[in-house]
Ligand binder design. Structure first.
Ligand SMILES: [Ca+2]
Length: 425
């Protein structure tokens, strides 16, 4: 899941720009990467020719292999505690320098910061220290997570059409139709309870994980521990580590509250869980047991994922029955005008009436209600003309899941295309 509270600092507009461009270029900024779904990451991996990430992935595989074969030799050598202190230090230095290091060299339990975190969990949440020591003794460093949060070199301009084509494609549409068909009653019930239409829920789960196909294969504990304590030395490192420490705490709380074995919880490299890719804090706050089996399981229960997505959107401003967005035309063609940039820079909210926007932009769509507010959004298309849309609160509710216009519009488009395809069947 990609949520607003993943972004701790940087201004709204910066966050949005970085996120959208990074995703569009299939590169990963510090901000965008956490908001990239696992599915998107899977795509990154596949896209060999275009990104550095596939190279990284290959490198990692290699180093993991050699790491494994070295392991037995290494463990027989020299004084154990000496070695671990030394390797602990060098591991920390290596991470700070953002170079590739070996998983087995990182012993989180010996890290001061981890001990401080354990103490904090003990005092703040009355956790059993011995249990936490056991947990962190087994927490593993995930090099892939470190590599994937690093920004890719600046490259391609934002390209909405290219981004959209990755998510609104035949395989995903077919999977979406099947998902919708087998969850018809649940989707109707979610719409009744939360006011969020089936097409939005279906679009979102499709963009996130292709209906559960790509929910992530890392242990949530490993991914979150790695990003909480070993975040690479890139801009906003401190803020991101605070964010991931909180998510790690939330994961521990969730595991305790639900009596779930913490090592069994699988996630994306960024710690997002289940069909809907909820971060642990959202899991605790917004996930619901929508099939009434007395447990919340976003990985195995499609109903729980459906209800949880709908509840999340409802709690983030979704308005029942409202439209999402209308194509718009700029009346002032000067795209650098101060007024236009001010309106575009208002961020992820609908701040204007149609009347207020009248001097700047119009929509030919007569369906656009006059009594609600809109925000102006731009979808850049590399060298092709930028698309402008008037977006309602419902559009912006989706951006609370992932702060990206591209993301929100892909969710809407995928859902609509699937709805249309179902009607034709
Ligand atoms: Ca359930």
């Amino acid at each position: 899941m990609k949520i607003s509270h993943r972004i701790l600092s940087s201004t709204l507009s910066t966050a949005l720009t970085v996120s959208a461009s990074a995703i569009a270029a299939l590169s990963c900024s510090a901000i965008a990467i956490v908001s990239l779904s696992n599915e998107a990451y899977a795509h990154l991996e596949k896209d060999n020719s275009k990104t550095q990430h596939s190279k990284i992935a290959k490198k990692l595989n290699k180093s993991n292999k050699s790491n494994k074969s070295n392991k037995s030799n290494k463990s027989n050598k020299s004084n154990k505690s000496n070695k671990s202190n030394k390797s602990n230090k060098s591991a920390q230095q290596a991470i700070a320098k953002s170079s590739t290091i070996k998983t087995n060299d990182v012993r989180y339990l010996e890290w001061q910061e981890v001990q401080a975190f354990i103490a904090q969990m003990q005092t703040q949440h009355q956790f059993d220290a011995t249990r936490l020591q056991q947990i962190f003794e087994n927490a593993r460093y995930v090099e892939t997570a470190i590599q994937l949060v690093k920004p890719a070199p600046p490259g391609k301009p934002k390209n909405w059409k290219a981004y959209r084509a990755r998510f609104v494609e035949n395989g995903r549409i077919a999977a979406g139709i099947a998902f919708w068909d087998r969850n018809l009653e649940t989707l109707n019930r979610a719409e009744n309870v939360y006011g969020v239409p089936a097409e939005i829920i279906v679009g979102l789960i499709g963009v996130e994980t292709i209906y559960g196909k790509n929910t992530g294969s890392f242990r949530a504990l490993d991914a979150l521990t790695t990003l909480a304590f070993s975040y690479p030395d890139i801009p906003n490192r401190e803020g991101r580590m605070v964010f991931f420490k909180n998510e790690l705490a939330q994961l521990l709380l969730w595991s305790r509250e639900t009596n779930t074995d913490i090592f069994s919880i699988k996630a994306s490299y960024a710690g997002a869980i289940g069909l809907s890719q909820f971060m642990p804090s959202s899991l605790r706050q917004f996930a619901v047991d929508f099939d009434a089996d007395n447990k919340i399981d976003l990985k195995e229960s499609e109903a729980d994922a459906i209800g949880s997505v709908a509840n999340y959107l409802a709690k983030h401003g979704w308005q029942k029955g409202w439209p999402y967005a209308f194509p718009a035309t700029l009346l002032n063609q000067d795209a650098t005008s101060v007024q236009l940039n001010e309106v575009l820079g208002r961020g992820l909210k609908a701040s204007y009436t149609l009347n207020e926007l009248k001097p700047l932009v119009s929509t030919a769509d007569e369906q656009a209600p006059k009594n609600i507010s809109y925000g102006l959004i731009d979808l850049q298309n590399a060298e092709d003309p930028t698309e402008y849309w008037l977006a309602t609160e419902n559009f912006f509710a989706i951006t609370k899941y992932n702060r990206s216009y591209f993301y929100a519009m892909s969710v809407i488009d995928l859902g609509k295309v699937i709805a249309l395809a179902r009607k034709k069947e």
